[in-house]
Design a protein around this ligand. Structure first.
Ligand SMILES: Cc1cc2nc3c(=O)[nH]c(=O)nc-3n(C[C@H](O)[C@H](O)[C@H](O)COP(=O)(O)O)c2cc1C
Length: 247
């Protein structure tokens, strides 16, 4: 077994992008964090896309895509819209107004983004779960002066933190990389944003039983437990359970 410290893997830094494609009348797009420039002459970029993504098939078939660079002005809504549902069973552009069509006919996102690049696939590498598409950039346009959003910024400032009381959300842990996703339910088409494994590689973390607080009316000592045993004695003033009340 290779000696892998996931904390080392998390140190790799990424940007975030809306990857869009068009096949026939169908527009679609998904969020990716795996895009980078490879060469300047010719100007080539590479993207890694999960084969389960509907966008993957569209790019494999058409050989064309746009990459909208997400900026720090983007809200979590953008990630939910393009990253937490699949174009396989929804039309992501039906209720989405913040886009324009580029010269290649493919849509790109105009809000919460700072640039768009259009590209044509020149080669691809089968990486098992993902395909690496190498593509030549056909146009590039700056959309705003906002800073690009990094993956780290997304986790620190955009992705909602779990509610303090846990709310009605459950925790699902990725058995492959340990990433914990909090949601009421895990969508069947969910993909781990870290290791890209599917929903079937997640398991629900059993909910912790909620602890109550019991305060000793005599000395003020607070005891935290699911229940206060009848024979409990205050460790400070030695008074019995009957002298405690629930906070
Ligand atoms: C923050 C974030 C980063 C993601 N990074 C990638 C990625 O690099 N590659 C990928 O294939 N999917 C990635 N995804 C998952 C896809 O965006 C997601 O599965 C999407 O619903 C696929 O949509 P589609 O089926 O319409 O193509 C990411 C999702 C999020 C929220």
């Amino acid at each position: 077994m290779p000696n892998i410290d996931n904390n080392a893997i998390y140190k790799l830094s990424y940007g975030l992008f809306v990857l869009t494609a068009k096949q026939g009348d169908k527009d679609n797009g998904c969020i990716i964090n795996t895009a980078m420039q490879v060469t300047a002459t010719p100007l080539q970029i590479v993207i890694a896309v999960n084969k389960d993504n509907y966008t993957h098939g569209m790019i494999a078939d058409t050989g064309e895509f746009n990459l909208s660079v997400i900026s720090t002005a983007a809200s979590f809504e953008l990630f939910k819209h393009f990253g937490f549902q699949s174009g396989r069973n929804t039309d992501k552009f039906a209720d989405f107004a913040a886009f324009e069509r580029a010269e290649n006919g493919v849509a790109y996102v105009t809000q919460g983004t700072n640039a768009v690049l259009g590209a044509k696939v020149v080669s691809s590498v089968d990486c098992g779960t993902h395909t690496l598409f190498m593509a030549e950039v056909t146009f590039a346009k700056e959309l705003s002066k906002d800073s690009s959003m990094t993956y780290e910024y997304y986790f620190a400032n955009v992705k909602p933190k779990p509610a303090a009381n846990g709310g009605s959300k459950k925790k699902f842990v990725c058995k492959i990389c340990g990433y914990v996703h909090e949601a009421e339910e895990l969508p069947a088409d969910f993909t781990c944003p870290l290791c890209k494994h599917p929903a079937s590689d997640f398991e629900e973390v059993p909910a912790e039983k909620k602890k109550k607080k019991f305060v000793c009316k005599i000395c003020g000592y607070v005891h935290e437990a699911e229940e206060l045993p009848a024979d409990f004695t205050c460790p400070l003033c030695k008074h019995p359970a009957s002298d405690f009340e629930e906070v």
